[in-house]
Design a protein around this ligand. Sequence first.
Ligand code: PLP
Length: 242
Amino acid sequence: MKVLLTIAGFDPSSGAGVTADLAVFAAHGFFGASAITALTVQSTLGVRRSEAVAADLLRETLDCLAADFDIAGVKCGMLANDSNVSVVAGFLRANPVGLVVVDPVLRSSSGASLLDRAGLDRLRDELLPLSTWATPNRQEFAAIADWPADLNLVVTGGAERATDLVRCGGGETRLAGEYIDSRATHGTGCAFSSALLCGLAAGLDGVNAARAAKRYVAESIRTAPGLGGGNGPMRLVRYPQG
Ligand code: PLP
C-alpha cells in the first residue's frame, strides 16, 4: 500500500484540512500520514481562530515520518506562516519526493488568513521550485505573479465557475464541469488537491488525474450529508478502483 503524506492545518469540523485529506487518501485506496501545521478553531460557520504549530515540532514530525515510511507523494495545504513554509521546503530538499502537490491556501472562504505574507513569498521562492503540481484557485493564482514556468498547474474555478484550467507538459486544457448549487463547499480545494495527488500516485497522467479529481469532488458535493448550519462538509465518497 502506498503512503501519501498531507502537511496541512487541522480543522476540528473535518470538512477541510488534514482529516479531510486523510479521508480522500483512504477513499482512493492509499495509506495516509499527516503533519499538522496549525490548529484552527472552526465549524461549518467559519474559522474563528488559528494557531500555528511550533516550527521545530513540525520539523520533528516530518523527520520522524520520513525515517519510517517510504513516502510516495506529498500534499501541502495550509502552512500558516513563514517558518513552517521554511520547514516544509527544508524537509523536501532533504527528502526528495517524486510527487509534491501544493495547494497554496491563503484564506478560508470565511475570510480568515491561513498564510502570512512572508510565508507566501517563501512558498513562491522555495516551495514551488520543489513541487511538481500546484492547485491555486483564481484568487491564489492572481496572488503569485511569477509562477515557475515548468510547474504543472490546475487553476480551479474558472470564468464559468466550474471550469478548471490544467497547464502541464507545455499544453493547456480546459476542464468544463457542471456547477453544483450547494452549501457543501467547505474544503473543496483541500479535497481536489488530495484527489489530484491520488490520481497521479495511481499513475494517471496530469489531465486525467485532474479530470478524475474534479469528478470526485463533484460527486462528494452532490452526496453531501447536509451537516452544520453553514458551509457544510462533503461526503468524501469512496473512489471506484480499477
Ligand atoms: N481550514 C483549514 C485547516 C484548511 O486547510 C482550509 C483550506 O485549505 C480551510 C480551513 C478553508 O476551507 P474553506 O475554503 O472551505 O473555508
